[in-house]
Design a protein around this ligand. Structure first.
Ligand code: NZQ
Ligand code: ZN
Length: 384
């Protein structure tokens, strides 16, 4: 196992009727900015509950943070924060609203051009505190220090990480997920599944506990994900999916082990150029990437096939093929197609995606740094 130093400072408040806890979790006397997206929180009653909990605080709101939040919109929010001397941010929504608000937290107090945080990896030396209400289990952003932002003007989807933008608290009430459209439920399950794979399906470093954690989350998503679609009113199913998605990317399972993340980096370019949902891009790239990288990932692919899918063939090549086919079938079962062609994207996209990867510096991806743009090209060709 590799050395590591791990701290996750986010307080998780989980369960029914927990939105009211906001009033105790925000520091008294704070000047709060409630941020949200396109209005789903007004339709499902979450907004009204949050407003009730904010009674007694000096607060304002900023709405319209888009799925795949835009740099342009977020800079308007950062201006508002500075102008109104906001000192606590409260994103209420999915990954986009929370990620976007993390960027606002850093950008509002950044000395210089805030785009450098994303484009040049400029160090985030300060950020406003935030606490969040999660409405879409998927990204893990509710208890991690990551944020992904898209600059629409240049079609660049870039990320940054900082310990300063971990939410101080995250309210996870599974009942708020009942209003999700099936497509978003499925996206969330696929995203969380791929988060685990990025941290697990690499090469062995004798870290059996991390492996078992990862396999436990995968089993849970495989069992509960389809039920979230077929029994949409089942609270326990929603709760299990929600907790699994948080655990998939709150840092725990990735400690001391190699990590991949190439599926995500290639997927981000597909979203930036063609507008696909984040999880759709992962469902396309992952099976193709695993085929392409099967030698380097061989030991873990065998373990994954045996332990997660209970495959028992003697023939190892067949076992690996079946393990990858099971992933594809699971994504398809969730209703997320796994080929570029399924989304109307044709072979001419490959050159454009490889050029975007190259210009964004994605030159040595994967746990071995061996996914060059040329290897990304082969992965994308396999994904057509
Ligand atoms: O905008 P509103 O009206 O709220 O509607 C949203 C949006 O249209 C809707 N929605 C959310 N909760 C709902 C709901 N509709 C009904 N009922 C509810 N309870 O769902 C739509 C999609 O929301 P979005 O936030 O975009 O989805 P998701 O949570 O999948 O977030 C995706 C973003 O997160 C980034 C992605 O790249 C993408 O930009 N990621 C962030 C990560 C992180 N910070 O660690 C890791 C991930 O790998 C990912 O890259
Ligand atoms: Zn993801």
């Amino acid at each position: 196992m590799h050395n590591f130093s791990f701290q996750n400072p986010t307080r998780i408040v989980f369960g029914k009727d927990q939105l009211q806890q906001i009033s105790k979790l925000i520091p008294p006397g704070s000047k709060v900015l409630l941020t949200y997206g396109g209005g789903s929180i007004k339709q499902n009653g979450v907004y009204q509950q949050v407003v009730q909990a904010l009674d007694g605080f000096d607060w304002q709101e900023f709405s319209g943070i888009e799925p795949n939040p835009s740099f342009e919109t977020l800079m308007r929010a950062a201006d508002l924060v500075r102008r109104e001397k906001i000192d606590f941010l409260l994103p209420v929504g999915g990954g986009s609203v929370i990620d976007g608000t993390k960027f606002v937290a850093a950008a509002a107090v950044f000395d210089g051009d805030a785009w450098d945080i994303l484009a040049k990896g400029a160090k985030v030396k300060a950020a406003l505190p935030l606490g969040c209400v999660l409405t879409l289990p998927a990204t893990g952003t509710e208890s991690n220090g990551n944020s992904v932002v898209t600059r629409y003007e240049t079609q660049q989807k870039l990320s940054f990480s900082s310990p300063l933008v971990y939410p101080q608290f995250a309210i996870l009430d599974p009942t708020v997920t009942f209003s999700l459209p099936p497509k978003q439920v499925a996206n969330g399950v696929v995203d969380a599944f791929v988060h685990v794979i990025e941290q697990y399906l690499t090469y062995p470093v004798n870290a059996p506990l991390q492996d078992r954690f990862a396999e436990g989350i995968l089993h849970t998503l495989i069992e509960e994900g389809p039920k979230a679609l077929s029994q949409p009113d089942d609270y326990d199913v929603r709760a299990n999916v929600m907790w699994a998605a948080t655990m998939a990317l709150n840092g725990l399972i990735g400690q001391g082990v190699p990590q991949d993340w190439a599926t995500h980096m290639i997927g981000h370019e597909i979203t930036a150029l063609y507008g696909l949902d984040h999880a759709q891009t992962l469902a396309i790239v992952l099976p193709a990437l695993l085929q392409q990288q099967r030698q380097g990932k061989r030991a873990k692919l065998l373990q994954f096939g045996q332990r997660v899918w209970q495959l028992q063939h003697q023939d190892e090549e067949r076992l690996i093929d079946d393990a990858i086919s099971h992933i594809r079938a699971f994504f398809e079962q969730m209703g997320v197609p796994t080929r570029l062609a399924d989304y109307g994207i044709k072979a001419d996209a490959v050159d454009k995606l490889v050029a975007a990867l190259t210009s964004n510096g994605m030159l040595k991806l994967g746990e071995h740094g061996d996914i060059t743009p040329e290897v990304s090209r082969q992965i994308l060709q396999r994904a057509l």
